[in-house]
Design a protein around this ligand. Structure first.
Ligand code: GAP
Length: 472
């Protein structure tokens, strides 16, 4: 993480440039819910598309699925979430603020790593430490377990029998469809089922902007394997997922792997690694990769009465597959990509804020900028804009000076600006300015599409470097 990045700067940039807004802002917002603006939605979609491409499209051992947010309540009993998906909550007797007991005592430098579903044994010494509210110093209540699942009811009558939960993970939608997918995909193990979708958790202490929220998007893969091969596949997926972030430009020095201690594992996990990112508040979980063993299929088989074992024709044997689960948060990845891309640098005595996002993640790929608002430039500039729009997310901007427009595009991570000047009307050439190198090259208009496409793929091409002197 570049040293100058603070969460305040990221939040301010997100608000100012239309990446992220507080939800229901005109009514004062709603705690830890956020809306994504016009640039935010593009970045978020690009993250999801890159994940889907790597996990589903480019592999023949993974298929996708899209399951409902609300599921039969038995699903959450079988999965263990009704009983154990809870955090220990304490309340201040004076100011009534609520805290996660495990986050305020005993003090821990890496709070965000705390696992879920751990039974809290509270020693008298710890209770002493827990005695004070971090906000006002008031006395705290005894901890009680607080289930993080949101409840609602299905149908017009609100009664116990109609209670359902908003899913806290997309994974269970995959497990309960395991049989359907194996039958219809006609694929053999190892087989992965991938899903992207919303999850909901009534977090006690959400915060750090979009790092921990009550509504977020999951990108989850459940990769089913033969028991005994699980450890090899576990290692494989840890490496694979780390490589994904690196390939999309996250600095190696800002990523680390951290294995969970035995006391920290979630109720379903046999082993787990976190991919941590160095966020402004310190190293915190970006993605978790768990070896869930055969816990989930076993539990659903028991609770539903269905045989969820798999017939392996190669060894003529039935078994309940083990599952490796890389589980990432879209919003948390969004935050990490933004923080990693954020740079401030001095160019010609002015501070330039630049988001060095990977071009494939950048919300806008191309900005079409006529040198001025002169009427003569407008038709050609508009024609180029129309030509590029169907191919790339393109914006058109002719307000203010060209220098200020470049800065605006730098700040939102647009990798290429195309400038149309008076020479363009004569020689049918325009200038491409690159966000990172600030290099400017002159290219024929009819080649633009091809050149930008090649540049987005990271391919080199032959053009004539030009006018360093003209660069503003
Ligand atoms: N199915 C496994 C599972 O949900 P998790 O570690 O609880 O595991 C996986 O969540 C990822 O989902 C996290 O690494 C994080 O990126 C994201 N995530 C979890 N809770 C979140 C929250 N409250 N707000 C934003 N992202 C969250």
């Amino acid at each position: 993480m570049p040293s100058e990045v603070s969460m305040e700067k990221i939040v301010s940039l997100c608000k100012r440039r239309g990446f992220v807004f507080p939800s229901s802002e005109i009514y004062g917002g709603l705690g830890s819910f956020w809306d994504y603006g016009s640039l935010g939605v593009e970045l978020k979609r690009n993250i999801k598309n890159m994940w889907w491409k790597a996990i589903v499209q480019e592999r023949d051992d993974v298929v996708g699925i899209d399951t409902s947010i609300m599921m039969h309540p038995q699903v959450w009993r079988a999965s263990g979430h009704v009983d154990t998906f809870a955090d220990p909550l304490v309340e201040c007797k004076s100011c009534h603020l609520r805290w996660r007991a495990d986050e305020i005592a005993p003090p821990s430098p890496d709070l965000s790593h705390q696992g879920r579903g751990i039974t809290m044994e509270v020693s008298p010494a710890e209770r002493e430490e827990r005695g004070a509210c971090p906000e006002c110093g008031g006395e705290l209540t005894e901890p009680r377990m607080f289930n993080l699942m949101f409840k609602t009811s299905v149908g017009p009558v609100e009664e116990e029998a109609s209670t359902v939960y908003l899913r806290p993970e997309t994974a269970q939608g995959i497990f309960v469809n395991f049989e359907n997918v194996v039958t219809t995909s006609r694929k053999k193990l190892p087989l992965g089922i991938a899903q992207i979708g919303k999850s909901f958790r009534n977090e006690i202490t959400p915060g750090n902007f979009i790092f921990r929220t009550r509504e977020f998007e999951h990108m989850e893969l459940e990769y089913f394997v033969k028991p005994g091969s699980d450890e090899t596949w576990f290692e494989y997926w840890v490496k694979e997922r780390l490589a994904w972030y690196l390939k999309l430009g996250v600095g190696k020095e800002n990523l680390r792997l951290r294995q969970h201690g035995k006391d920290e594992l979630a109720h379903y996990a046999k082993d787990c690694y976190d991919i941590d990112y160095l966020f402004p508040m310190g190293w915190s979980e970006l993605e978790g990769i768990a070896n869930r063993g055969n816990y989930d299929l076993g539990q659903h088989a028991k609770h539903s009465g269905r045989d969820l074992s798999y017939y392996d024709a190669e060894i003529d044997e039935r078994y309940v597959p083990y599952v490796i689960e890389p589980s990432a948060g879209v919003d948390r990845a969004f935050l990490a990509f933004l923080i990693d891309a954020y740079h401030e640098e001095v160019v010609e005595k002015e501070t330039r804020v630049v988001l060095r996002l990977h071009p494939l993640l950048a919300p806008t790929k191309v900005a079409v900028l006529p040198l001025s608002r002169n009427e003569k430039l407008r038709p050609l500039a508009k024609e180029i804009y129309q030509q590029l729009c169907p191919k790339f997310v393109t914006c058109y901007d002719d307000s203010q000076s060209i220098g200020r427009r470049y800065r605006r595009q730098d700040e939102t991570g647009t990798p290429f600006c195309i400038t149309i000047d008076f020479d363009s009307l004569e020689d049918h050439q325009v200038t491409i300015r690159e966000r990172d190198s600030l290099a400017q090259i002159r290219v024929p208009i009819e080649e633009l599409e091809k050149i930008i496409e090649a540049k987005l793929k990271g391919e080199s091409f032959d053009t004539t470097p030009l006018w360093a002197a003209r660069q503003k």
